[in-house]
Write a protein that binds this ligand. Structure first.
Ligand code: MSP
Length: 652
């Protein structure tokens, strides 16, 4: 049986994952599912890359240990594991670089490279990009900044271990230029021009300035450079130099590492060189996909423009989101993500083209044949051959595209066929055929051809939309034998007298405006939740207008304010309310304001409440504040208005 080992990058759990990360993992998952569909045995690995200074700093900021910090993002609610489960990601293994077996293996890998002379001790002088955790030489900087992310770099100098990357320059160059190891081909040119031609320098592979990393066991104080640690995951997760797993020999070398373009350098230069040093076989392919951009720029938390895959999946459905990601953006190129594009794609491809094909066809089988087609069909060569030929050739085209890491092309081929099938409905006008009982065999044939088309498309779409395609295949009456990879290459796998099972609409049409509004509301709610802010729910009970108008709200100016003796909470205000007579109001807000800070402020008070005594003093009215809770604590803000508004102005 053929085997296929595919990986995603392991994610930095420094923040929540966004739609860009989801893109990369869904692509690898689709590939893994495609190979399983073909009957191959698959190992699909993903995980998290949990060491490094960035994580150490973030944990400090949050007041927790680095391990507690990453545990929360990986295992906590709506964390990495939850997201992959939600997205129906079918990984066979999940590695965390803080797992003991990985730590043990990395220490051994580092030692082996040290013992074979490929790692040596020296002094590191250069530039370091903290967010990318990358070292750069002067010549590699872009306008003095990090060539990957464009941010400022820092001077760095310390005793460190180095990996003899320079020794492997020629072999790596050959690997890139003479083989199809790195794809798409345009990435080869990028790597050679930007990194190999300027001369590969030895790589600094240990740090002493922070401690959140895997210790170099023979030189305490040094931790292993996070990329050496992270890249090793692809073999430690199989049991290389540890006893937790035992299938290194079975799976290595990997068939494909799917990675984003900014980390192609690590996967196509450093990783092969490390493997050469360890004398291990090289992975067969690295594919560097493009980025999903937002408003033409990189997605980042700091830009506040992160698209939340949870919200999108909850609103539009996991399969629709998975499909959109693979259908819309050519896999090797950058693409602009937008909610509008997502909704349009769902409506056009899924609701209109695919959804309609299935619902119209099954509805007609229901209406004209009570769900079961008769055995007798009337084939008409020239009308049917076009569709049949397209469908029969589809699997081959799909296979070529999938094998060339072009899932978007595979989907384009499928949708050409779906569109052709919809046209075939109009050409044959089944509603007209249904009028004449003599046309029943022809009508049966037309509907059968449509069901067969939906079947083959449904099978080939399964890696992209596993749950919905299972439903589709059930609705059109495909038994187990008519759902296989094998059967997708053959026309006529459904029985002539197939019975359909009409079911729910697979992909409901989405109302653009309502969906955009709902997304905005969900985003705001998520932001409030993340910030720990809660507000009281609004009252259901209505107040009639006349009653409301009886409340007399006025602008007031604070003439004096002092704390009430023996009260921890109360402040006593003397206010100008525009009447010429001072008004005294007591307010329990000392926890939030110091009295001297409020003198001269312009506030709002309700002035026609009955007088009330507190701590022996009379209060004539109430100052208006806004309240909410933040991380469990009540927060209060006095309503302050423009000082230009005169005392006594009435609110209406
Ligand atoms: N920890 C490293 C990988 C180590 S693998 C040995 C890392 N992690 S990451 O979390 O920053 O990124 C993980 C993957 O998500 C990368 O392949 C990256 O390219 C991808 N993406 C992050 N943002 C992206 C987009 N906006 N669009 C597409 N993919 C992007 O790098």
């Amino acid at each position: 049986m053929n085997k296929y080992y595919v990986t995603t990058p392991i994610y930095y759990p420094s923040d929540k994952l966004h739609i860009g990360h989801t893109y990369c993992t869904v692509a690898a998952d689709t590939l893994a599912r495609y190979h399983r569909l073909r009957g191959e045995e698959v190992m699909f690995l993903t995980g998290t890359d949990e060491h490094g200074q960035k994580i150490e700093d973030k944990a400090k900021e949050a007041g927790v240990t680095p391990k507690e910090f990453v545990d929360h993002i990986v295992e906590g609610p709506r964390g990495v594991l939850d997201l992959w489960k939600l997205m129906n990601v079918s990984n066979d293994r999940f590695i965390r670089t803080t797992d003991g077996y990985h730590v043990e293996s990395v220490q051994k890998i580092f030692k082996q490279m040290y013992e074979n002379g490929d790692i040596y001790k020296g002094t590191y002088k250069g530039k370091y990009c903290k967010p990318c955790e990358s070292f750069w030489t002067e010549s590699q900087l872009a306008d003095g900044k990090c060539p990957d992310c464009g941010r400022e770099v820092q001077d760095a100098e310390e005793e460190a271990y180095f990996f003899r990357l320079s020794k492997y320059a020629d072999r790596v160059r050959k690997l890139l230029e003479d083989t199809d190891f790195l794809q798409p081909r345009s990435r080869v040119n990028e790597m050679v021009k930007n990194f190999i031609e300027p001369g590969l320098e030895d790589l600094c592979v240990s740090r002493t300035s922070f401690s959140w990393g895997i210790p170099v066991d023979f030189d305490p104080g040094h931790v292993v450079y996070v990329w050496v640690d992270a890249l090793s995951n692809y073999i430690t997760a199989l049991g290389y130099l540890n006893n937790t797993y035992h299938d290194y020999d079975k799976w290595w070398p990997a068939d494909a590492h799917i990675v984003g373009k900014e980390i192609v350098r690590f996967h196509s230069i450093i990783w092969p060189a490390m493997l050469m040093s360890l004398n291990l076989p090289l992975p067969k392919h690295v594919f560097g996909h493009g980025w999903l951009l937002l408003d033409g720029g990189k997605m980042s938390k700091s830009k506040g423009n992160v698209a939340d895959p949870y919200i999108l999946a909850e609103q539009f459905g996991v399969d629709a989101l998975r499909f959109f990601l693979m259908r819309t953006f050519p896999f090797g190129s950058d693409g602009n993500f937008s909610n509008e594009l997502l909704i349009q794609t769902i409506n056009t491809d899924l609701a209109n083209d695919l959804g309609n094909l299935v619902s119209r066809t099954t509805a007609m089988v229901g209406k004209y044949f009570k769900d079961t087609l008769p055995e007798e069909h009337q084939y008409r060569a020239e009308m049917d051959d076009d569709l049949k030929t397209l469908v029969s050739e589809l699997r081959k085209q799909y296979e070529n595209a999938m094998d060339a890491f072009a899932p978007h092309t595979a989907l384009a081929e499928i949708f050409k066929v779906i569109q052709r099938a919809n046209k075939y409905i109009d050409e044959n006008a089944p509603w007209k055929l249904s009028k004449n009982p003599d046309d029943a065999p022809r009508l049966a044939c037309v509907l059968y051809n449509l069901l067969e088309t939906a079947r083959v498309c449904g099978i080939l779409l399964t890696p992209f939309m596993p749950e919905s395609m299972e439903k589709l295949l059930t609705q059109i009456g495909a038994g187990d034998g008519a759902r296989t990879w094998e059967s997708a290459a053959h026309w006529g796998e459904l029985p002539e007298n197939v019975t359909v099972q009409r079911g729910d609409i697979l992909f409901p049409r989405i109302d653009m405006d309502a969906a955009l509004q709902a997304l905005e509301d969900a985003k705001q709610a998520a932001l409030r939740e993340a910030s720990g802010i809660e507000v009281e729910p609004q009252l259901e009970e209505k107040v009639d207008f006349d009653t409301f108008c009886k409340s007399d709200f006025r602008v007031v100016k604070v003439k004096s304010c002092e704390a009430v003796k023996k009260s921890a909470k109360l402040l006593k205000f003397i206010l100008d309310d525009g009447t010429g007579v001072d008004r005294q109001i007591l307010s329990g807000i000392h926890a939030w304001y110091e009295p001297e800070d409020l003198i001269g402020k312009t506030l709002i008070a309700i002035v026609n409440l009955p007088p009330r005594k507190m701590m022996g003093l009379e209060s004539n009215g109430m100052l208006i504040s806004a309240i909410h809770t933040e991380k469990g604590e009540e927060a209060l803000h006095l309503l302050m208005v423009d000082d230009a508004i005169p005392a006594g102005a009435k609110l209406c």
